[in-house]
Write a protein of this length. Structure first.
Length: 487
């Protein structure tokens, strides 16, 4: 849709549900900015300009000359130099949830699967754990969009996968007490109310009690719990939620966790393998195997991609995405970790390390290692990057129900990048599905698409004429006399 008044960079109130995506992004950004002020010195800014290297100690010989200021990226060229990772302070990015671990939050439809935009919420499923240093807590408040949830809504909690729900007095329906779990209480019932620390926001208010009685403690786990009731319809988009641990009616300082829930649209643009959908039309195309290729250039962002070939010339998949600002500066680079996907990566999951995606943010030359839900922003706020995980049913990768994702949003485009197996091409061969794990690029919204340039706008027909290079991409490689298939 065309929305000429769309802006990013300052909070605004939107009355219609169709504006939820922008409203949620504004709310999340404001939370991040406000919370970062108190801990500026400890934060990492991947978009910072590197400072000059420190002078060598007097007794030591001079260090080899280095560039104090990195080369300027003048164009979106794949050969442009990249800047090293920096640890300069920045108020644009913050990692949340140091004392609350494994926070999972999802909106489910009537089939128990992740929702698509326009569906009515059937249940809300959440879980989390107390870290080893988390203070005691007897409730949580989970901030949700106030444009969708109404204060006063009453909900019912029920356990998922064999959990137990506590009644008044701290016992389950059979009069038993558990010894290690932290449970959701049925009385008082979960409800929607104004948030304690921000009355202008609304929260799911959920009371907790330890199985043995009293407040929940460090090391306790809240097992997956479903909240049901008269729940609203959710539009597609990014829905940031933030959990705040409470004790005796007051927020527990620092005991927070956040997540960005991605609700996909059933009619949006999604491409893989590579295939593109635009206004109901599906088109298969093939990219050259070497280099980065500009898929879409918007007024504020360029989306580049590279591909790898399968066992036949006509089989290829996305291998890596390069997201850049119009002047060529990198925003985020995302690749797929096929080697980890194809072997037992339980150690990576246990230690909360990325096992599916290879992610470099901003000027960093080193990929992110520790898996944490994080929201980054360029210094001017023109591009925002959310990184995290979400439970996906059915799993996008075999044996891995948790999907790592990178979400990118600007004023002109928003999309998500996830890894996926090659089940469409090899429906009966799981080893080949895993061997050809690749990236999917799922676009949720585009504003002013008729002004976009690049390969896809030509394929969609919004940019004319069709160049000879793009026209060749619509031809299967096997039909070219110069292509030899692998055997």
């Amino acid at each position: 849709s065309e929305r000429s008044d769309l802006r990013l960079g300052r909070p605004r109130d939107f009355s219609g549900a169709s504006w939820l995506r922008m409203a949620c992004s504004f709310a999340m950004l404001r939370l991040v900015l406000a919370a970062c002020v108190s801990s500026i010195a400890a934060q990492e800014n991947p978009f910072a300009t590197p400072p000059a290297p420190p002078a060598p100690p007097p007794p030591a010989p001079p260090a080899p000359p280095t560039e104090a200021i990195p080369k300027t990226v003048a164009s979106a060229d794949s050969t442009a130099s990249k800047e090293p990772e920096q640890t300069a302070p920045d108020v644009q990015g913050r990692r949340l949830g140091s004392s609350i671990e494994d926070f999972e939050f999802a909106f489910k439809d009537a089939n128990g699967t992740d929702m698509q935009g326009g569906e009515e919420i059937d249940q809300i499923v959440f879980s989390f754990s107390f870290g080893s240093t988390t203070p005691n807590g007897d409730a949580v408040e989970i901030q949700v969009p106030n444009s969708v949830f109404t204060v006063g809504m009453q909900l019912t909690a029920s356990p998922v996968s064999g959990g137990r729900l506590l009644n008044e007095g701290g016992v389950d329906a059979y009069g038993r007490r558990l010894s290690t779990a932290c449970n959701v209480k049925s009385s008082p019932a979960p409800s929607v109310a104004t948030c304690t620390d921000n009355p202008s926001k609304v929260c799911l208010v959920i009371s907790l009690e330890r199985s043995g009685g009293g407040a929940c403690q460090a090391g306790d786990t809240v097992a997956p719990t479903a909240l049901t009731g008269s729940l609203p319809t959710m539009p597609a988009g990014n829905v940031p939620v933030e959990l705040q641990l409470m004790n005796s009616g007051s927020p527990v300082p620092g005991a927070v966790a956040s997540q960005v829930v991605v609700i996909l649209t059933a009619s949006g643009v999604a491409i893989s393998d590579p295939i593109t959908f635009y206004k109901g039309k599906k088109t298969k195309f093939w990219l050259p195997l070497n280099g980065e290729h500009l898929l879409v250039q918007t007024p504020d962002l360029g989306v580049y991609a590279s591909v790898f070939q399968g066992p036949k010339a006509d089989l290829q998949w996305f291998d890596r995405f390069f997201i850049k600002l119009p002047d060529g500066r990198p925003v985020v680079e995302v690749g797929v970790k096929r080697e980890l996907i194809n072997r037992n990566n339980s150690a990576s999951r246990q230690h909360r390390m990325f096992s599916q995606l290879d992610i470099k943010v901003g000027n960093s030359e080193e990929p992110l290692q520790r898996l944490q839900r994080t929201l980054y922003s360029t210094p001017d706020g023109s591009a925002k990057v959310g990184i995290g995980t979400q439970r996906y049913d059915p799993p996008r990768l075999h044996g891995q129900p948790i999907t790592e994702f990178v979400s990118v949003e600007t004023a002109s485009i928003s999309f998500v990048l996830v890894a996926s197996h090659a089940g469409n091409e090899f429906p009966h061969d799981i080893p080949l599905q895993k061997k050809h794990a690749h990236l999917d690029w799922i676009t949720r919204e585009m504003v002013g698409a008729t002004s976009f340039t690049g390969i896809l706008p030509q394929i969609w027909g919004v940019q004319q004429p069709l160049s000879a290079d793009v026209a060749a991409m619509l031809q299967p490689p096997s039909e070219s006399a110069h292509v030899c298939e692998e055997v």
